[in-house]
Ligand binder design. Structure first.
Ligand SMILES: [Zn+2]
Ligand SMILES: [Zn+2]
Length: 146
């Protein structure tokens, strides 16, 4: 798959975006914060360069979900839209359910495996990473705690 433009947005349509996907890879994040932020047992996300996302109606509202990150959502309807680190990272995440065509991407890995709820999402042989095994996330936490 080459670069492909996908559109998406929240349930009420107030926040809409256009995203230039560089691949079709997406993942489940099973971490507790994603569970709470989405109200699901995991968050279906795709990582994308920030520069590839254009907000076509307005920017999402943002909530500081931890000392290291914020989450974009629509304050009118509540749809979770993004995950973004505070430190100006070039990359961010979009929620798969907010894509107009969620089938445009495929599940390729699992993150936050320490909080996995196996009765709802079975193990499937795809790569599984625990949050504490992510060097750059732990480095961000170390910096936030310093
Ligand atoms: Zn909305
Ligand atoms: Zn997560």
């Amino acid at each position: 798959m080459t670069t492909k433009v996908q559109t998406g947005g929240c349930q009420c349509g107030a926040v809409r975006y256009s995203a230039r996907l560089e691949n079709d890879e997406a993942y489940w994040c099973h971490c507790r914060m994603c569970q709470r932020a989405t109200g699901g047992v995991a968050a279906a996300l795709l990582g994308i360069p920030r520069a590839n996302v254009e907000w076509t109606t307005r920017e999402p509202d943002r909530f500081a979900s931890s000392p290291i990150a914020k989450r974009g959502y629509c304050s009118n309807c509540g749809t979770p839209l993004t995950f973004e680190f505070n430190d100006g990272s070039d990359n961010m995440d979009l929620t798969i359910g907010s894509l107009d065509d969620p089938s445009a991407v495929r599940l390729t890995s699992h993150f936050g495996a320490e909080s996995w709820v196996p009765g709802w999402i079975p193990h499937d042989g795809l790569p599984e990473t625990r949050t504490e095994d992510s060097v750059h996330i732990m480095a961000r936490w170390d910096k936030a705690r310093a």
